[in-house]
Design a protein around this ligand. Structure first.
Ligand SMILES: Cc1ncc(COP(=O)(O)O)c(C=O)c1O
Length: 389
């Protein structure tokens, strides 16, 4: 019966990691993988995470089940970080999930369960978005979001696409630090967007995977907070993978903003039911760490300070890259004002291959680069190689 299956394509980013590992050239540079790296090329464990893990080891006295909703204190603290006090808590239904991917999948399952069919996605987007939605039975509808040659967000195209959407359609939005483009939606644009979404009766699903990596913890959710204050209902998928450096621990949450507290109860029970029939309950460790950090003033301060160091490292590399590249490609001056870990360079696949083969600079064929993959000392060399293309 297994003969009925066809082999699925390998994940191109995982294949790239394999090629990079095999490359023995000393000056090789990995701009492909989507994790934060420090100046030594290492993906560190936050100091606050290490401290919380030690405490957890000493104090945890049971490994009994946590339940499909996960750790309710974690949920509460995480929502404070994301939503602040914009919405009455009784209108929020939160469920802990295995990472941001688990949150997106649960959101997609919920939309499907309530009869939703179409979800609008600005392109390009994180490739897993469309795959998750399709697997959950939704129909992704794409519209152009970003023009790579000019490095500009196509905001008017986005508004036109959403104005043609049918009431009840879902719309995926990146809260900030857009993956893969780094393209920024200004606060004024968020206001316009929120008005269109409210007027058309669309359901926003906001993906928040990089809080703190763009302009700051509050700044990165300012648009999202405005939106949820304007629309009657929304979904917010949160990943703790990058913001707490907990990638492999699989910590995240899905939040529904509802029009009433009874609706919140119903949505919560549906999310818990969907979790129960899928993975039953989320892994505890990562969420327990986040709970400890967010409920301890000292750990929280230290976590924020370390996150801010990471953010500043990224913005400094962005500035240096933009400065070096703008006289060859004027549009790449925009790299400095883009935010988060990624930018999408206007490179042909042949250029990407030349950079890889001749100079050991690795990135996927799309031209997406992880800014955090660059050490400061490597920036000038990389710029010189780009200019020689
Ligand atoms: C835009 C975006 N959303 C969601 C995720 C999901 O992250 P995770 O499932 O690792 O928490 C990622 C991870 O790369 C991402 O880039």
């Amino acid at each position: 019966m297994f003969d009925a299956l066809t082999r699925q394509p390998d994940d191109p980013l995982l294949a790239l990691i394999g090629l990079y590992r095999k490359d023995e050239r000393p000056g090789k540079v990995d701009l492909g993988v989507g994790v934060y790296r420090d100046e030594t090329g290492h993906t560190p464990i936050f100091r606050a995470v290490k401290a919380a893990e030690k405490r957890l080891l000493e104090t945890q006295d049971s490994k009994s089940y946590v339940g499909p909703e996960g750790d309710l204190v974690f949920i509460d603290h995480l929502w404070t970080l994301v939503g602040g006090d914009t919405i009455d808590r009784s209108h929020i239904a939160g469920v802990q999930t295995p990472g941001g991917s688990g949150a997106l999948r649960l959101a997609a399952d919920l939309i499907h369960q309530m009869g939703g069919k179409r979800i609008w996605i600005g392109l390009p987007s994180w490739p897993n978005h469309a795959s998750i939605f399709k697997t959950a039975g939704l129909e992704p509808a794409g519209y152009p979001f970003f023009d790579v040659p000019t490095q500009t967000v196509l905001f008017d195209t986005m508004i036109t696409a959403l104005q043609s959407a049918a009431a009840g359609d879902a719309v995926l939005l990146h809260a900030s630090c857009h993956n893969p483009t780094g393209g920024v939606i200004t606060q004024a644009q968020w206001m316009e967007l929120a008005a269109v979404i409210a007027e058309r009766g669309l359901l926003p699903l906001v993906d928040l995977a990089y809080q703190g990596f763009g302009r700051g913890l509050d700044e990165d959710v300012a648009g999202l907070r405005h939106l949820i204050g304007v629309v009657p209902e929304a979904l917010v998928a949160v990943s703790c993978s990058k913001s707490f450096g907990l990638y492999r621990e699989r910590a995240g949450a899905i939040f529904a903003v509802t029009a009433s507290s009874s609706s919140a109860d119903t949505v919560r029970s549906n999310l818990a039911g969907l979790a129960r029939t899928s993975y039953s309950m989320p892994p505890d460790h990562g969420a327990a760490i986040v709970r400890m950090i967010l409920s301890d003033a000292e750990l929280k301060r230290d976590w924020q300070a370390e996150l801010e160091t990471m953010r500043l490292r990224i913005t400094n590399i962005r500035r240096a890259l933009a400065e070096g590249l703008r006289d060859r490609w004027q549009a790449l001056g925009a790299v400095a004002s883009q935010e988060g870990m990624f930018s999408l360079l206007p490179l042909a696949e042949a250029d990407v291959m030349r950079l890889r083969n001749e100079h050991g600079i690795y990135m996927p064929g799309s031209g997406r680069i992880n800014i955090a993959g660059l050490k400061t000392a490597e920036v000038d060399g990389v710029i010189a190689n780009f200019k020689n293309l």
